[in-house]
Design a binder for this molecule. Structure first.
Ligand SMILES: [Zn+2]
Length: 82
């Protein structure tokens, strides 16, 4: 009977330890994801899509999602001026 109580205590201690470990792993995973620096986002001046600045194209002070929209926007601007 005495051994049963000891076994039970060991079992409870082990269970609590396992729960703590699970929580530690979850916290470690959350910390790994958190410090990731949020990427600077820019908006395409032509279509309004948001994209990472490193993927965007800058032309005459505006950001574009690609060369096509940069060209289209410039054509539109020159059309407006004419
Ligand atoms: Zn665009």
């Amino acid at each position: 009977m005495k051994y049963l109580v000891v076994l039970l205590v060991i079992g409870v201690v082990f269970w609590v330890w396992r729960q703590n470990r699970k929580q530690d792993i979850r916290e470690a995973q959350a910390q790994q994801q958190a410090p990731r620096v949020p990427q600077a986002m820019v908006r395409c001046a032509h279509c309004g899509v948001h994209l990472a600045r490193q993927d965007a194209l800058q032309q005459s002070g505006q950001w574009y999602c690609g060369q096509e929209h940069a060209t289209l926007a410039q054509q539109a601007a020159s059309r407006d001026r004419a």
